[in-house]
Structure formats: structure tokens, C-alpha cells
Design a protein around this ligand. Structure first.
Ligand code: NDP
Length: 332
């Protein structure tokens, strides 16, 4: 499979180029950058044959799939162009700047008959696959509540558009709430119905929020509490699921790497749970390419990307209005 990278991004250089090249028979043909100079030096640094500044020229090249990792406002027009050109698309989160655009992307891909997926990495982690297994095996009984702590300190090299550019999709809600929404949906097999939230712009954020806490009501009655931030240096991350027969405490698992620990607490005591340490992004790319070949579905589909964005949009609206907001999934 020949890939075109749309966006000379950090995520591609740190994780996705390696994840694509780890697949048997996959190669990267080109990279798109708005800057000829940066595109050329990015291509050289990563041994990518061609660099483009024009998306249509890049799409006219001989490629099968496109990975989009530009800033968030570009995802919609770039994905629509790639779909129109008949390419399979793996798109970064958030899929778009609003739910209606994300829905249009999913529908366009369906009509064109190409695979369209969202790069939500966490549901590919061995830790989260194990947590889901514990839940579905009934090890904690009936789930009652979930607590997600995903407030981190944004690394200095990422303190660009994320902290000062709402037009590019900056802010912690589009950046991290989408991942937590996808992960909660993955574990509970249901979609948040209503949310309340409080946001803050504490120190890094200029014109965008850098911290948010929210509570989500699931249709089953399960309540979910989340905390996302760019400014918290020493909290670490955690994911807890509490049920009638036990609790799962997972530490350090809201991350890009296959690390962390899981402890299961039940009436009979506490048990450390082991899990696979495979690469999250390699698994996502592998399932995506299988889906492109007509076998199975991507780990996170386009619909999953719409739903995580819809939850994030509801959290933003709830924080702005100071009221509860029903999540609008845009008809998906
Ligand atoms: P970057 O800021 O690294 O790259 C985004 C764009 O910024 C690039 O496409 C590039 O534009 C431009 N850019 C990059 N470096 C420079 C530079 N030195 N000077 C000027 N412009 C530059 O973004 P990220 O990699 O952090 O994020 C990209 C996307 O991926 C976002 O949508 C984000 O939400 C998502 N993401 C997803 C993750 C996941 O695990 N699923 C993790 C991290 C990010 P151009 O292409 O025009 O050169």
C-alpha cells in the first residue's frame, strides 16, 4: 500500500511514519506541507521520495491511502478532496471543526466506497484492550461509574497552535476530550447522552481553554467524570471503572506508549493485571489497511470520530453556557 502524508507534523514523525513502515508491503510516497522548504527538509529527514505543496498534485500521484495530520481546520477540506480522488483516508482527531463537517466526511467516504477511519490510538493499547476484556467478562459486575484523569503538562514543542489558535482547533477540549470520549465509548459500548462542564484558561491558554472538568450521563445511568488539562505537571494519568463487584484502577494508560499498570480490586483482594505491550499506532494502521483490503473494520471508524467530536462539542457548549447539554451526534 502506498501512502501520502498530508501534513508535515510531529505526530507523523514521532509515531505514524514508523507505524506505516512497520507494515509489510507499505511505503510512504510523499508528504504535503504548506511550505516548500519545510516539506522538502521533512521529506529528506524521513527518506520520503516526494514533497508537495499542492494537495491535488499529491493526490494525482500513485497512492492508495492518505494519512491526514495537519492542524484541525484543514482536516475537512483535505479529507473531502482525498475521498473525492478515491483514496482511503486515515484522519487525525478531531475529524473536523464541527460535527456537521465530520458527518459529511463519513457520508462522502461511504458514497465513494473508500475506507475512512479516525486515528484514536488509545483503544489500540494493550492496557485498554485488557480493561475492556475485564469489563465484558463481568469481573467488576455492573458498571456504575468511570473516572478519567487526563490532565498533563503540554510539552513545550507542542505549545503552538494548541494554546493560542482557536481557528486551527486549539484548546484542550478538541485535543484531549475527544480521546477520552472515544475511550469511554469503547469501554462502555454506549454514547454519552448529556454533559455538564467547567473550563478554565489558567496559564498556557490564550483565547482557548487549557483545562476542563466534565461529567457525562450515559444512557444506562452510568456517570463519567473527566479532567483534561495542558497545565498539570505531576498528576500522571489514570482511568478507573467502578462496578458492583469490583473496581479497575489503571495508572499511566492515557498515553501514546504501551505503558502503565492495571489493578483489579474485588471482594477477594487486589490483583495486578498484565497486558500486551504492542505499539498502539502499528495496530491502528494494521487494522486500517486490513479494512482497506475488505477485511474487517478499522479500530476507530469515521463514525467513532464523529461521536468523539460530538461529545467534545457538547462539553465546550456546556462549559460556555453553564448548563447541561444533550450530545448531538448529527444524525450518525
Ligand atoms: P504539528 O504542530 O506538529 O503539525 C501540524 C502542522 O503544523 C503541520 O501540518 C505543519 O504544517 C505545521 N508545522 C509543523 N511544524 C512546523 C514548524 N516547525 N513551523 C511551522 N509550521 C509547522 O501538529 P501535531 O503533530 O501535534 O498534530 C497534528 C494533528 O494530529 C492534529 O490534528 C492533532 O490533533 C493530531 N494528533 C493526534 C495524536 C494521536 O495520538 N492521535 C497525537 C498528536 C496529534 P504543514 O503541513 O503545512 O507544513
Amino acid at each position: 500500500m502506498k501512502w501520502a502524508l498530508v501534513g508535515a507534523s510531529t505526530i507523523a514523525s514521532q509515531h505514524m511514519i514508523g507505524a506505516i513502515r512497520a507494515q509489510r508491503g507499505h511505503s510512504i510516497a510523499s508528504v504535503l506541507s504548506s511550505s516548500n522548504e519545510r516539506g522538502r527538509s521533512y521529506a529528506d529527514a524521513h527518506e520520503i521520495p516526494r514533497a508537495f505543496t499542492d494537495l491535488n498534485e499529491q493526490l494525482n500521484d500513485d497512492v492508495d491511502a492518505v494519512y491526514i495530520s495537519t492542524t484541525n481546520e484543514k482536516h475537512f477540506p483535505q479529507a473531502m478532496a482525498a475521498i473525492e480522488a478515491g483514496k482511503h483516508v486515515l484522519c487525525e482527531k478531531p475529524l473536523a471543526m464541527n460535527v456537521a463537517d465530520a458527518v459529511a466526511m463519513v457520508r462522502a467516504a461511504g458514497e465513494k466506497g473508500v475506507t475512512f477511519a479516525t486515528n484514536h490510538h488509545l483503544r489500540n493499547a494493550g492496557s485498554h484492550l485488557k480493561i475492556r476484556e475485564l469489563i465484558t467478562q463481568g469481573r467488576i459486575g455492573t458498571v456504575q461509574a468511570v473516572r478519567v484523569a487526563h490532565a498533563v503538562y503540554l510539552p513545550p514543542n507542542l505549545q503552538g497552535w494548541r494554546i493560542d489558535n482557536p481557528g486551527a482547533g486549539g484548546g484542550v477540549i478538541p485535543d484531549i476530550v475527544v480521546h477520552d470520549a472515544d475511550t469511554v465509548r469503547f469501554h462502555l459500548d454506549e454514547d454519552p447522552a448529556e454533559v455538564v462542564a467547567i473550563e478554565r484558561s489558567e496559564s498556557l491558554g490564550r483565547g482557548v481553554e487549557d483545562s476542563v472538568m466534565s461529567v457525562w450521563q450515559m444512557p444506562s445511568g452510568v456517570t463519567v467524570q473527566t479532567h483534561e488539562g495542558f497545565t498539570i505537571r505531576h498528576a500522571g494519568t489514570s482511568f478507573e471503572v467502578h462496578g458492583t463487584e469490583g473496581s479497575i484502577f489503571a495508572k499511566g494508560v492515557m498515553t501514546q506508549r504501551p505503558v502503565g499498570e492495571i489493578r483489579l480490586q474485588t471482594e477477594t483482594g487486589s490483583e495486578d493485571i498484565s497486558f500486551s505491550d504492542h505499539n498502539l499506532y502499528e495496530r491502528a494502521v494494521g487494522l486500517f489497511s486490513e479494512a482497506c483490503a475488505g477485511r474487517g473494520t478499522p479500530s476507530a471508524t469515521g463514525e467513532d470520530g464523529v461521536k468523539s467530536l460530538a461529545v467534545a462539542a457538547a462539553v465546550k457548549e456546556a462549559a460556555t453556557r453553564g448548563t447541561g447539554v444533550a450530545v448531538d451526534y448529527g444524525g450518525i
